[in-house]
Write a protein of this length. Structure first.
Length: 517
């Protein structure tokens, strides 16, 4: 069958009301276990939480190595349930190694539920492998496409006819073991998220969480898992037969046996994270916190000020910022209300500082085009702007906790208010997060945790690692300042970005509607 025939068939299906998406396999509701205290993790962290009433325990995880090791430890420590929710999963080494640990948990009798967004073909491939690897692994896809292949034209045809549904993507990231310990934040699963991609990697920040907040996260997962948007994978692809199940399991085992000397292979042999997790010997900060998420089946309502931090803090929804607001977002596109709100904050004497990607470091050039439109306005209003550099340059005077070892792109999503309140989660400061994607984040009040995030912000905006933006003498154009080879360097055009990249940005900025970025 040629591609034209496939496209014609898709059109027939879509004009028929997407009947193919009606689940043909039972969608049995399920929920997190209620007796988490009957597991090792539940007993250990339940005892600790009892000493901190009304608070949950957190550890900020910024290094890629630690992020990978904690996920493997959470899989290995699970005794009854393992719940995963992700936007993107790669078809690569780290994803394969993590899947092998997930399969091992299923073999021990752990119930595994995996909920994945279906925007990327590699993620669907992971979903199919997971479902084939063990019958106890349940997999669902969020707003799946009818055609799951890599041919972009077919997906475009689907999008044209079913755009209202397919434009709503699940951007959440969550890993929960035994409803007792979880890791959440901005990190997807894949080599570039764990610092081992040979080309470029993402800099992310996660939160390891225990205590009452985990029950909130599990409740959020259950809402998504049981939603209309979550379709069992067997409803959109042929279920695996015995031959495919055997082939997938053998491929996983073979990949682990022949792991080689890649960093992630060495990490698998480490026992420290698992032992610490099981014994409770994990450095935690205890804080009042709340898990917030978009409902998967309901329309979104944007924050009144147009910038996402207002959903939790700052007037009119929450506590007004008094002294300082720090924002880390890889894509920063505040709308008119958001820009007005930031201006009002600076006018009352509040410091507002933003770290985002430079044109050279961003992985979404079109989003940078929209952000670039507002840089002069933001700088004139008193907002501090910093852009991440592609190369870390001269070694930092302290050990770099972001773990940059190669050209990399900022991917963390953080807001810190007055160095006492903070948000860590999946939401970007852009229209897509605000209007279309489902997002999830944790808000907490803790000077200790906030200080850690401030230290990360200050390190990432240091002149060795970022450009600081300012205006030229005329006040009409942007200038970039950084430090190179021990000297101050200034640029009057986008640094480290050639003319073709700048032209491509302008083209995308003219073609793609801002509300889709």
């Amino acid at each position: 069958m040629n591609r034209l025939s496939i496209a014609a068939g898709l059109i027939v299906l879509l004009l028929g009301g997407c009947a193919a998406l009606q689940p043909t396999v039972p969608r049995i509701p399920s929920s997190a276990i209620a007796q988490s205290d009957q597991t090792t993790l539940g007993r250990v962290y339940g005892t600790q939480a009892a000493r901190h009433p009304g608070r949950s325990g957190f550890q900020i995880v910024s290094g890629a190595h630690a992020a990978f090791a904690l996920r493997t430890a959470l899989a290995d420590a699970a005794e009854r349930t393992l719940d995963l929710q992700y936007y993107s999963v790669g078809d690569d080494l780290t994803s394969t190694l993590l899947l092998q640990r997930i399969v091992a948990a299923a073999e021990r009798g752990v119930r595994v539920r995996i909920l994945l967004d279906d925007i990327y073909p590699t993620t669907r491939g992971f979903a199919q492998r997971a479902a084939a690897a063990h019958p106890a692994i349940q997999v669902r896809l969020f707003h799946p496409f009818i055609y799951g292949g890599t041919w972009s034209v077919s997906r475009l045809v689907e999008f044209l006819f079913d755009g209202q549904r397919l434009n709503r993507r699940m951007h959440n990231k969550l890993w929960v073991s035994d409803n007792a310990a979880a890791i959440t934040g901005s990190r997807n699963l894949g080599d570039e998220y764990f610092g081992v991609n040979e080309g470029a990697n993402f800099n992310d920040v996660d939160l390891l969480a225990v205590g009452p907040i985990v029950q909130e996260l599990s409740s959020a997962f259950d809402v998504y898992w049981n939603s209309v948007a979550a379709v069992p994978v067997d409803a959109v692809v042929d279920p695996p037969d015995a031959h495919e199940r055997a082939w997938v399991r053998e491929a996983l085992q073979r990949r682990v046996r022949n792991c080689g000397d890649a960093p992630a292979c060495a990490w698998l042999a480490e026992r420290g994270p698992l032992d610490a997790l099981r014994s409770g010997d994990v450095a935690l900060s205890w804080a009042r916190a709340q898990a917030i998420y978009d409902h998967p089946d309901l329309d979104k309502s944007g924050p009144a000020t147009g910038i996402e931090h207002a959903a939790s803090v700052d007037a009119p929804q929450g506590v007004a910022t008094q002294r300082e607001l720090l924002i880390v977002s890889p894509y920063f596109i505040p709308d008119e209300d958001g820009r007005r709100h930031l201006t009002e904050m600076t006018e009352r004497g509040t410091r507002v500082a933003v770290l985002t990607n430079s044109l050279a470091s961003t992985d979404v050039t079109a989003a940078h085009a929209a952000y670039a439109r507002y840089r002069v306005e933001l700088l004139r209003s008193g907002v501090e702007l910093y852009e991440s550099r592609v190369e870390p340059g001269t070694p930092h005077r302290r050990s770099h906790r972001w773990g940059r070892v190669s050209p990399s792109s900022l991917h963390a999503k953080i807001v810190v208010q007055d160095r006492v309140r903070a948000i860590v989660g999946s939401l970007n400061q852009d229209p897509r997060s605000r209007l279309h994607n489902t997002e999830a984040w944790i808000t907490f009040e803790s000077r200790e945790l906030a200080d850690e995030l401030v230290a990360l912000f200050e390190e990432a905006t240091d002149s060795h690692h970022a450009f600081k933006l300012g205006l030229d003498a005329s006040g009409q154009w942007v200038e970039w300042t950084t430090e190179e080879d021990g000297r101050t360097a200034r640029y009057d055009v986008e640094p480290a970005a050639g003319v073709w990249l700048r032209l491509w940005r302008s083209t995308l900025g003219a073609l793609i509607p801002e509300h889709q970025l």
